[in-house]
Design a protein around this ligand. Sequence first.
Ligand SMILES: CSC[C@H]1O[C@H](OP(=O)(O)O)[C@H](O)[C@@H]1O
Ligand code: ADE
Length: 291
Amino acid sequence: MTKSVLGIIGGSGIYDLPGLQNVREERIDSPWGEPSGPLRIGDIGGLPVVFLSRHDKGHRLSPSDINYRANIDILKRAGVTDLVSLSACGSFKEELPPGTFVLVDQFVDRTHLRQTSFFGKGCVAHVSMAHPVSPRLKHRLDEAAGKERIPVVRGGTYVCIEGPQFSTYAESMTYKTLGYSVIGMTNMPEAKLAREAEICYATVAMVTDFDCWHPEHDAVTVADIVGVMQDNSERAKRLVARLAADFPREHERCPVGSDRALDTALITAPEARDPELLKKLEAVAGRVLGR
Ligand SMILES: CSC[C@H]1O[C@H](OP(=O)(O)O)[C@H](O)[C@@H]1O
Ligand SMILES: Nc1ncnc2[nH]cnc12
C-alpha cells in the first residue's frame, strides 16, 4: 500500500496555501534544472500536502519559462501521488461565465516552446494520454466541492496555448467552434509530465474571462483576471482544504492507470539505454527502471 500525498500546484493568484499546517519550506534539487520555487510541505487534517507555486512568489515566471519537468520531478521526490492544478482560464462558452469552476477531463496541447517529456534519446517511452485526468481524483474534487457548496461543472476541454500573449479573435473563434471549453497557458505539458511520472493529475479550471470572442465583453486583460481570481482563490482554498480533509490515506488505484503508466511505455532495450539519462530518471521512473 502506498500512502497518499496530495500535491497542489497554485497558478495565477494562488501563491500560497494558508490552510497548510506544520509547514516547512524545502528546496529540492532536480537533475532537470531549476523548479519554480521551494516546496511548502505540511499537512491538512493529518494528510501530507505539498504545495508549489507555479509562477513563484510575485508571479516571477511566465508560462514558457516554467520548468515543468523540474516541478514534476521534485513533487515526485516529495512523494506526491495525486496532484491538483489550480488554474485561471478563459471560457469559450456562455454557460461558463467568470467565477465558474470546471473539472476538465481533456486537454489539447498547442504549446511549442516547451520540454514535453522526461524521456528521449537513450530511453524512449510512450505513455497513454487518452485519459489525461485521473477520474478518482476528479471525483474527489467534485465531492469536496459539493460539501463546500461550491458549484462545479463536470468535464470540459482545456486548450493550452504557448502565450504569453492572449489569443487573436480568429484563434479564439476557432477554439470555440471546435467545442473547447476553456483556455490557459500552463496545464500542458504539466499533465503529460505528471503522467510520465505516474502521478494522478486533475485540474480545477477557474474561469476568469471570456477570452476575446464574446460580442458583449471586451477582450481579456490581466486586470480582469486578477480581479476575478481574488474571489476564485478564496473558494479554491476552501475546496482544497475539504479535499485534503476527506482524502483517502492510502492511495487509490487509478482506473485509467495514471499511477502505473510506465508499465507498458518503455521501448528502449536495456542494453541501448543511456546511463546518464537513466540517472536523471531516477525519481520519475525508478519504479520501472529498477533504480
Ligand atoms: C495572469 S493570467 C494568464 C496566466 O494565468 C493562467 O496561469 P495558471 O494556469 O498558472 O493559473 C494562464 O495559464 C496564464 O499563465
Ligand atoms: N483568456 C485566457 N487565455 C489564456 N490564458 C488565460 N488565463 C486566464 N484567462 C486566459
